[in-house]
Design a binder for this molecule. Structure first.
Ligand SMILES: *Cc1c(COP(=O)(O)O)cnc(C)c1O
Length: 642
């Protein structure tokens, strides 16, 4: 059921931008072009753009099927540059006498091609990598050939981890081993003595300051990582005894991801800078102050301290970091450290967009003509009759009462049906009338300004489920796991009024696989305005700002695998260039994760088919067609392909 538009004033792309709050979360990276399509801007020159719908159509012509993860490499480059620039600016502004460096924490997205690109683009900004486990260490080492790409090692470490870092140090890697726990330091000292290799060390400090939002417990006294103040004193003593105190070059702190409030960041910075100055005074030659991650992304564009948003900009963040650290150091008469931030989310959230098709679920043409059915009925059940009367007579004055009556009648219809007093046909007609009344009420509501309080939630009755070809659990798991908001919007027809209120269901068999919270004009809304889909036109929706954490946290629910991914760069002549196409998982790949072998399955089915050929249940042709189908599916995409 679509909503009747009121004697409609013309809908413009500006109206769409407002509806999806685009200007507030899209920065100067995304906009709507005059054809009503979403586009991406590779530079601050607004004239340069890539039309998303045109791009997707072209990809489909190349047989790259949705869902497609689009990685806009120019956007990635812009974000890396922006973070560096705001710090550079803050350093100049505050006459800060040392340098800034970003270390990309690879846990945010470890895909090789992504890290490769970050390393390539980041070279001119001296970007480094942060790793937090043995597999990540190996990934990090694979990109680095020595001093060119520094690495910081966090996370719990065993002897293997530590020894690997020691030998990497010996062959010239610039690699810092961050001490997370006192017992780790014991192991490090022991292995350093054994191998005769002096490591470059960092000390992670457990601040009493906490972040805000979902990840607040990464900081504070209860944090999993870091040394308490007493443990720092113990660590310094242990290192002094071994003549290793000059190995300590870095102090690290991290109070959590997506810190929503700038004042929490300031408090943590002051505490971290204080610890730094005190450690310097104790004779520890720290050169780098690593302030960890936490730089947040304004996913819903509300500029608030709500957890899908942040109440500050990256420029404000950089300015506060530099200013606070400088003030504390100046006050203590201690040399200012070089500053490192491990900004993962803020670096990669923006550059990837997932696009997928909405399945056409319009069944209107398949429905019988209930009106005629009603006219031909000799005896109309009283409940149905009452609903029909409401439908005919409802107007703006009777609206509220009729609404209440309708709700009551529809539940009455169910009871009567269960008791055997209403036929299936009558119940179907009641259901059909209910839908028509709801549409009519909505048409009437459009004329109310403001909409009466009670009626605001009413709109939810109109919400239709749009099925989209993707798995929420694979592609945007945080939407499910922590109810995080991501901007979602159609990538075409944005010059037309979206007159359906929708929720987005994925194709997993999980009732949790549905998105019912969206970014709207005034923050969170419970439905997404979408267009009525026509049979002959494909309709695509884009999921934005999903570059951080989503890919690696995504899981194989229902064995839906990785989506196809495409790296795109802007090209002045042709509009865009496709750098890399990374095929999504084939069905046999996801089956393999759970220990099935495609070849064995085929053999099993073949054996079975042969028996059926012998008993003449199936012809040889049918049998080979079956095998072909299975084979094609095993090799093919896990998502819907037509
Ligand atoms: C997760 C993590 C980060 C990344 O945090 P963001 O908020 O994504 O920037 C940085 N440092 C450490 C130690 C982390 O654990």
């Amino acid at each position: 059921m679509s909503l009747q538009s009121p004697a409609s004033k013309r809908w413009s792309i500006k109206d769409s931008a407002r509806t999806y709050n685009l200007d507030n979360w899209g920065d100067d990276l995304f906009s709507i072009n005059k054809n009503g399509n979403m586009c991406v801007h590779p530079s601050s020159n607004a004239k340069q753009s890539i039309d998303l719908r045109v791009l997707v159509d072209d990809l489909i012509k190349r047989k790259i099927k949705p869902p497609i993860l689009l990685r806009f490499m120019d956007v990635l480059q812009r974000r890396i540059a922006s973070i560096y620039q705001v710090f550079k600016h803050a350093i100049a502004e505050n006459d800060y006498p040392a340098k800034y460096q970003t270390f990309y924490p690879i846990k945010v997205n470890q895909q090789r091609q992504v890290v490769e690109a970050i390393v390539r683009y980041g070279k001119r900004y001296n970007i480094g990598l942060e790793v937090g486990s043995k597999p990540e260490l190996i990934a990090g080492i694979s990109f680095s050939t020595g001093k060119g790409l520094p690495i910081i090692c966090n996370g719990y470490k065993d002897s293997e981890y530590i020894e690997t870092v020691l030998y990497a140090t010996k062959i010239g890697y610039d690699i810092t081993l961050v001490v997370e726990k006192l017992f780790e330091l014991e192991k490090i000292i022991e292995l350093s003595k054994k191998t005769g290799i002096m490591p470059k060390l960092g000390i992670r400090v457990k601040l009493s300051s906490k972040g805000t939002g979902k990840w607040a417990t990464s900081g504070g006294e209860d944090a999993k990582f870091g040394l308490r103040m007493s443990e720092i004193i113990a660590a310094i003593r242990m290192l002094e005894e071994q003549g290793m105190v000059e190995c300590v070059k870095l102090m690290h702190s991290h109070i959590g991801s997506q810190i929503t409030k700038i004042d929490k960041i300031k408090t943590a910075l002051i505490e971290a800078a204080r610890v730094y100055t005190e450690m310097r005074k104790l004779g520890v030659g720290i050169e780098f102050l690593d302030i960890g991650g936490g730089l947040g992304v304004d996913y819903d564009g509300s500029k608030s301290s709500y957890f899908s948003s942040v109440n500050y900009t990256i420029a404000e963040y950089a300015n506060d970091v530099i200013y606070q650290i400088k003030s504390i150091c100046d006050e203590a008469g201690v040399q200012c450290p070089n500053i490192i931030s491990e900004s993962g989310r803020a670096t990669v959230a923006h550059y990837s967009v997932m696009v997928t098709n909405v399945l056409n679920t319009d069944t209107l043409s398949l429905m019988p003509d209930f009106e005629e059915m009603l006219n031909q009925s000799e005896k109309v059940a009283p409940t149905v009759k009452k609903l029909l009367d409401i439908y005919k007579s409802i107007d703006r004055y009777s609206l509220r009462e009729d609404y209440h009556d309708t709700m009551q009648l529809i539940s009455e219809a169910v009871s009567l049906f269960n008791l055997g007093y209403l036929t299936l046909k009558d119940r179907a007609i009641a259901e059909w009338l209910y839908a028509k009344i709801i549409v009519k009420i909505n048409g009437l509501l459009e004329k109310f300004k403001p909409i009466p309080e009670e009626m605001q939630n009413f709109k939810l009755h109109l919400r239709q489920t749009y099925f989209a070809n993707f798995s929420l659990f694979q592609s945007i798991p945080d939407s499910w796991a922590i109810d995080q908001l991501f901007p979602i919007m159609p990538i075409q027809r944005l010059d037309q009024k979206p007159d359906v209120m929708a929720s987005i269901a994925d194709i997993t068999c999980d009732s949790d696989g549905e998105i019912t919270s969206f970014v709207g004009t005034n923050g969170r809304t419970k439905y997404l305005p979408l267009h009525k889909i026509s049979k002959d036109d494909d309709y695509y929706i884009g999921f934005f700002l999903i570059g951080a954490y989503q890919e690696i946290l995504g899981d194989l629910h229902n064995l839906f695998g990785d989506t196809n991914a495409v790296h795109i760069t802007f090209d002045n002549k042709t509009g865009y260039m496709i750098d890399t196409v990374i095929n999504g998982d084939a069905t046999q790949d996801t089956l393999k994760y759970v220990q099935y072998k495609g070849s064995e399955i085929l053999k099993h089915v073949r054996d079975n088919l042969e028996k059926n050929i012998v008993s003449k249940k199936i012809t040889i042709e049918e049998s080979s067609h079956f095998v072909e189908l299975l084979d094609r599916m095993l090799m093919g995409y896990t998502y819907l392909v037509e």
